[in-house]
Design a protein around this ligand. Structure first.
Ligand code: SAM
Length: 328
């Protein structure tokens, strides 16, 4: 178990400005809670569901990418290399272990979270893959500034960006830097998967607000979204403030307009193969035996099929969409 971690000495992670400070401070200050305490979260049903969606995405799109890859990477069939960009505290580490990967590179702008991710890896009982960690603002700096060239010489089979890509849509420059980091070290035929806010749903709520609405906000007991303005819908920097109970405390986020994302991604050789709302991911996969059993194991439903989410959590679940792109 080795690490190239430069969390303490990454200049790019220290140089922050404006909204980025708020985002970094927020994620750095969120306490790491253990598995047991996690179960006490008032939105544990929603958290489990989000994790189930990520597992479905990884199983459906990442696993085949490992098996279809060239054996010339020295790892052998089915033993892939993954970049987890915006890895947070390493919540997907077990999912990658189950995928029997060979190598994982984890980066996030929040240095405290990266350290927690590294500790999680070191405490894993059977981590049969190598993992390397670095704190990096992936939307302003190339990946190569955080890792030695040898670490990046074998390309990735999969790049994963879970619940984090939308922060790049503050400006076109950030979105481009992010896409360059995704695409530059991803092999042809490799897969880019992620989860982002559901722009169509956000805009349908925003458009439905009365013309004289004092505040451009909507939500329920679990989440609240408050837009700065609705006079224009810019392709980058359309900001709103996001609150999610027991998870996100009024952090600035940006709408990712799907067409804009697809158009820009094509410039980096990335082409969409899947895009679904979370509700749709559920209805598509709930009867697939593997995923049905996983739903019980991950406590999304109980053995009788009863949901662990109340109506407000279920509504909040559809704030997100899942996607997969292929590198050509
Ligand atoms: N991917 C993890 C997961 O699914 O549990 C964490 C998701 S968390 C909601 C969003 C993450 O995006 C945070 O850890 C945050 O620090 C990270 N992030 C935001 N801006 C970033 C940037 N410019 N570069 C790298 N990571 C960033």
């Amino acid at each position: 178990k080795r690490s190239d971690s430069g969390s303490q000495d990454q200049p790019s992670a220290k140089k922050k400005a404006g909204d980025v400070d708020v985002v970094v401070d927020h994620y750095n200050s969120r306490p790491e809670v253990g598995v047991v305490q996690r179960q006490d979260s008032p939105i544990i049903g929603l958290k489990n569901f989000n994790n189930w969606v990520k597992s479905v995405l990884i199983t459906t799109f990442a696993h085949p990418a490992f098996h279809n890859g060239p054996s010339s990477n020295g790892y052998g069939k089915g033993r892939g290399k993954v970049l987890d960009m915006g890895c947070g505290k390493g919540g997907d580490m077990t999912k990658w272990a189950k995928a029997q990967i060979r190598e994982l590179i984890c980066v996030d702008i929040a240095a405290v979270s990266v350290d927690q991710a590294q500790r999680r890896y070191e405490n894993m009982r059977s981590s049969r893959f190598d993992a390397y960690f670095a704190a990096l603002d992936c939307y302003t700096a190339p990946l190569s500034t955080a890792f030695p060239p040898a670490r990046l010489s074998v390309p990735f089979d999969v790049v994963s960006m879970q619940f984090c890509m939308h922060y790049a849509f503050e400006t076109v420059q950030k979105a481009r830097c992010m896409l360059d980091n995704v695409s530059k070290h991803l092999r042809p035929g490799g897969v880019f998967i992620g989860t982002i806010p559901n722009a169509e749903l956000l805009y349908s709520h925003l458009d439905a607000l009365p013309p004289d609405a004092e505040e451009l906000s909507f939500g329920n007991s679990v989440y609240k979204i408050k837009f700065d303005q609705r006079d224009t819908k810019p392709r980058f920097g359309h900001r709103y403030w996001f609150f999610l109970q027991d998870a996100v405390e009024n952090v600035p986020e940006y709408v990712v307009q799907w067409d804009c994302f697809v158009e820009l991604a094509a410039e980096y050789g990335l082409y969409p193969k899947y895009k679904e709302e979370f509700h749709q991911v559920f209805s598509e996969n709930q009867e697939v035996p593997e995923f049905k059993n996983l739903m019980i194991r991950m406590k999304v439903v109980d053995a009788d099929g009863g949901s662990s989410m109340d109506e407000d959590q279920w509504e909040a679940a559809n704030i997100y969409i899942a996607f997969a792109f292929e590198r050509r």
